[in-house]
Design a protein around this ligand. Structure first.
Ligand code: GLA
Length: 456
């Protein structure tokens, strides 16, 4: 999202929700990354095989495919863009890959209304063996600013053990501040020094919390599991980064897995960085990446990251408060296997698990289908979730008036999903659901396929 758009949204939220000003204040004073960064990064598909033509084409495609319109505006080069340092110690782009130079590339990206991201390393070498920035922080920060860089991903390879992580990352933070250019600083220490615990917040706008992601379901789940318990540390200006998106990368995830990956990363308020080759992305993957109402959870102005609130083996429910008293929900069916022995399952969320008073009447909106369900719910909601899918919903209490009910809205917005959770409570609905999985037995459903018998 553009900074100015984020500011307008933030301003609106402050006006409307003045009682909750604390909730939308940035962790950082500089006003950057008020919502998680959205964009594209070269690593997941291209590794070090990047060049000027690919990046310019990708810039064009971000616009042509409507991705920039929905918020993907930071176009970021990962490892492999540079050559060795000049005799003066300057970092320059590889002449064979970027013959027009990095400043010209930045100008092209900016001419499209996009932001320019680049990559370096807090050690002597990048992970792929190009020069790192340790010891050259100031000179490199000035170089990046002279290229017109708006975003820096800063990796953690090859650092000696006695060169403390915090010192190395702080040195670049200081150097970036000296450039006087607003540069979003994205730490990539893979979570080795628990960056969520505070030190990273003071110096950066996001911090990687996990190992490198890969385009397979096990990797998505591993990074998801490594994110549990971290929501409380994120907020406007400083986000947990569960690593880049694998949607459309190598067509190795099923459609449901892509939906689950995207809905969960959105709710966790991870930066949303597309890793696919946009020249041949499928319509299905594109539709996942462009699902506006899922993106809206990620960019919600309240800026509270989602957390696991209910779990029973492979059935999980994640939730976050959304501005205005609503809740964002993702129901994940992570049953193993892919045979018809593991069909669609039902999962129920109770209002007590998402900080809504029992009896409070609420609308439920299906965020993938972009429809309101035809009736209201007042204490729980049951969803059917296909194998490896992430069904996503927004629960909104009915008839809340921003002026009249501002105290109630402030109370609802103040709910935090990590307090008192995760919950392992057994629902009566879970038992009823087993007979539903006898496919020969038909239980009554509404026109959208939601169970009528167990939804109150
Ligand atoms: C590390 C990072 C990756 C990527 C590569 C580049 O592994 O975690 O995201 O940037 O380096 O070499």
């Amino acid at each position: 999202m553009h900074r100015c758009e984020a500011c307008i949204l933030l301003g609106t939220a402050i006006l409307l929700l003045s009682t909750q000003f604390k909730c939308v204040q940035s962790l950082n004073e500089d006003g950057l990354a008020v919502t998680p960064v959205m964009g594209w990064n070269s690593w997941n598909t291209f590794g070090t095989y990047i060049d000027e033509e690919l990046i310019k084409t990708t810039a064009d495609l971000l616009l042509e495919l409507g991705l920039a319109d929905v918020g993907y505006t930071t176009l970021s080069l990962d490892d492999g863009w540079s050559s060795n340092r000049t005799e003066d110690g300057l970092l320059i782009g590889s002449k064979s890959k970027f013959p027009s130079g990095m400043k010209a590339l930045g100008d092209y990206i900016h001419s499209k209304g996009l932001k320019f991201g680049i990559y370096s390393d807090a050690g002597p070498m990048t992970c792929a063996g190009w020069p790192g920035s340790r010891g050259y922080e100031e000179i490199d920060a000035q170089t990046f600013a002279s290229f017109g860089v708006d975003y820096l991903k800063y990796d953690n390879c090859f650092a000696p053990a006695d060169d403390w992580v915090i010192d190395r990352y702080t040195a670049m933070s200081r150097a970036l501040k000296k450039t006087d250019r607003p540069i979003v600083y994205s730490l990539c220490d893979w979570g080795v020094l628990d960056p969520w615990l505070g030190w990273a917040k003071n110096i950066s706008h996001s911090w990687r919390t996990t190992q490198d992601i890969a385009p397979n379901w096990d990797s998505i789940l591993a990074n998801l599991d490594s994110s549990i318990g971290l929501a409380q540390f994120a907020g406007p200006g400083g986000w947990n980064d569960a690593d880049m998106l694998e949607i459309g990368v190598g067509n190795s995830l099923t459609h449901n897995q892509e939906r689950a990956h995207f809905a969960l990363w959105s709710l966790l308020k991870s930066p949303l960085l597309i890793g696919a080759d946009l020249r041949n992305i499928t319509t299905d993957s594109l539709n996942v990446l462009k699902a506006k109402e899922i993106i809206a959870m990620n960019q919600d102005v309240l800026g509270v990251a989602g957390e696991l609130v209910w779990k029973q083996g492979p059935k999980e429910i994640y939730a976050a408060p959304l501005a205005g008293g609503s809740r964002g929900l993702v129901f994940l069916n992570r049953h193993c296997g892919g045979t018809n022995q593991y069909p669609t399952i039902n999962m129920t969320v109770h209002w007590s698990e998402i900080g809504l008073p029992d009896g409070m009447e609420a609308w439920v909106r299906d965020l993938w289908r972009q429809i309101d369900l035809p009736r209201t719910y007042n204490s729980s909601f049951t969803a059917s979730v296909e194998l490896h899918d992430g069904a996503a919903f927004k629960v909104t209490p009915v008839s809340l008036d921003l002026k009249r009910d501002h105290k109630m809205i402030a109370l609802l917005d103040g709910w935090r999903p990590w307090k008192g959770n995760p919950s392992f409570v057994v629902h009566n609905e879970d038992l009823a659901e087993l007979s539903e999985r006898n496919m020969s037995m038909e239980l009554p459903r509404d026109e959208y396929g939601y169970l009528l018998s167990v939804s109150k």
